[in-house]
Design a binder for this molecule. Structure first.
Ligand code: GTP
Length: 239
């Protein structure tokens, strides 16, 4: 496999939980450092990198919603949690020497830029990593939907979903020893088999706009680099 990227602009979706590493809550400095180096490698090979990050390591609305909290309030709290994660990622990536701009779907100007699509694209063209925070800025949408939306808006030629398993399986590989990994899937297959890759809104958005998605194991060193260089044996590709 040559070291030349076959994708020019990618959008990487990181879940909030992914940033916790072994911790029970919050942000693991080791995970941040690891991710920063993985991203730096890809940026230095000439790929434009945008990120969308979740917030579940800091706040999850579901528990409180079950206890009666207003759903919209919970979703607003979750959006703010993604801004915290975006700032932490910005710091970690800039510390390894890669310029970063954070944009937010909610106006919070003292902290970061507003989401402006054309400005985001310009940042990417200048070799800056752009982190899209605050989800879509609307309640009732997940950060997977935000990732799908931003990937479409910035014309990313690959969207990656970083997980703790190396792709999509016929069943949960941690519970079923005979689970098989799919190398490729269509969105219709993933939807009809209810494979739980992302929520249905995100999947349908990706399907209808022809987004090429790769689900991969974020803990595997150099996996991101290999995928952007066209190694189709890593992760599961959905188109
Ligand atoms: P160019 O237009 O290419 O020069 O991009 P730039 O991002 O370097 O220039 P700009 O002057 O827009 O931003 C300079 C710094 O201010 C960057 O770190 C931006 O992230 C930050 N910045 C820009 N707009 C805002 C904002 O609305 N709020 C906050 N908090 N920071 C901002």
């Amino acid at each position: 496999m040559s070291g030349k990227p076959v994708f020019q602009r990618i959008l990487l979706k990181l879940s909030g939980e992914a940033l916790m590493g072994p911790l029970a809550f919050g942000i693991s400095p080791d995970v941040m450092g690891f991710l920063a180096h993985e991203i730096k490698g890809v940026v230095e090979s000439g790929v434009q990198v945008a990120l969308v990050v979740g917030g579940g390591n800091i706040f999850r609305g579901e528990g409180l919603a079950h206890a009666g909290m207003d759903r919209v309030t919970g979703d607003h709290m979750g959006m703010l949690a993604t801004v915290i994660n975006a700032l932490a990622l910005q710091d970690a990536i800039e510390r390894v020497g890669v310029p970063v701009r954070v944009q937010s779907a909610l106006r919070i100007n003292e902290v970061c830029e507003d989401y402006i699509r054309r400005k985001a694209v310009r940042h990417l063209e200048k070799g800056r990593v752009v982190i899209f925070s605050a989800g879509t800025g609307n309640p009732f949408f997940t950060t997977d939907s935000a990732a799908a939306l931003r990937a479409i808006e910035i014309n990313a030629d690959l969207m990656l979903k970083a997980t703790k398993v190396d792709g999509i399986y016929t069943a949960d590989p941690k519970k079923h020893a005979d689970a098989r990994k799919y190398e490729q899937l269509t969105y219709d297959e993933a939807l009809s088999r209810r494979l739980g890759v992302m929520d249905q809104t995100a999947m349908v958005l990706c399907r209808d706009h022809g987004v090429h998605l790769c689900v991969y194991d974020m803990e595997r060193p150099k996996a991101l680099q290999a995928i952007v260089c066209g190694d189709a044996t890593i992760g599961t590709h959905v188109r």
